[in-house]
Design a protein around this ligand. Sequence first.
Ligand code: DHB
Length: 321
Amino acid sequence: MSPAGAAPGLSVRLGPLSLKNPVMTASGTSGYGLELLPYFDISRIGGIVTKSLSLRPREGNPPPRLAETPAGMLNSIGLQNIGVDAFIGEKLPVLRRHDVAVIASIFGETTEEFAKLAHALDAAEGISGVELNISCPNTARGGIEFGVDPEATSRVTRAVREATRLPVIVKLSPNVTDITLIARAAAEAGADILSLVNTFMGMGVDAGSGGMILSSGSGGLSGPAIRPMAVHLVHRVASTVKVPVIGIGGIMTGHDALEFILAGASAVQVGTATFTEPAASLRILGEIRQHCERRGAAAISELVGSLKRRGGPPPAAPAGG
Ligand code: DHB
């Protein structure tokens, strides 16, 4: 319980990664973070996760590569990015002027490419961690190829672990039969943190034209449509592994973020909400703070994994009456 009137502590510790608060932007939803500067002060949120970086620049898929769906969005960007060298040379020096944790999402077609990316970022000043995108559904090589196989997950995690001293986050795909097998493989191979979930595979058909909606056919589904499935998977993973978990999947409000936190996530990432409201992550942080105040929680960390089963003991009464 917090002393009456004291602001709740919002800082979180995820193994070796300390954040000033639990709200980050999700990879691929705000470029390299600088795109958010016209909208809000990025130093107020817990962290920025970059669009996935590859060794060389990638043009991505031809349009159409984004489509709205009921309560969500389908995308098949094809990992368009400027490449790790341009990120380090052009974007990172600007990001360094802002007091925000920068997590570099990395994508390789092979284990060696992942390791090279991690090594390059290790030497760059101003990176707080790397997030392995082993779950992109939109590439012929790499991506989800790793994330659906425990052995491949283990190999790539170990190679990155050996290539960097930075905190290693492994981002899991929901497109698997048993996510706990992949989570265990990543944790045992040296992942410091797991983030989940990446997008669910989906497809849209334009019945009028008789064609597929995305140029690539299928893509990744995100947004509120996936939230109950994401909360379920976060709960399963957080109940299985000891490493801290970051919850991702259709978070639009502070209440949504709390769902993940109570289910076991130590922090959250906000993605699709940013497309319609670039400052959504900051608003959601404010709503989390209000929630803690209402519950009389002295610190957000008290709430992590504090989910009660229906019929179990009632939650602690809010302070102050
Ligand atoms: C892309 C990458 C992802 O990891 C994802 O979930 C969806 C799309 C992409 O760049 O195509």
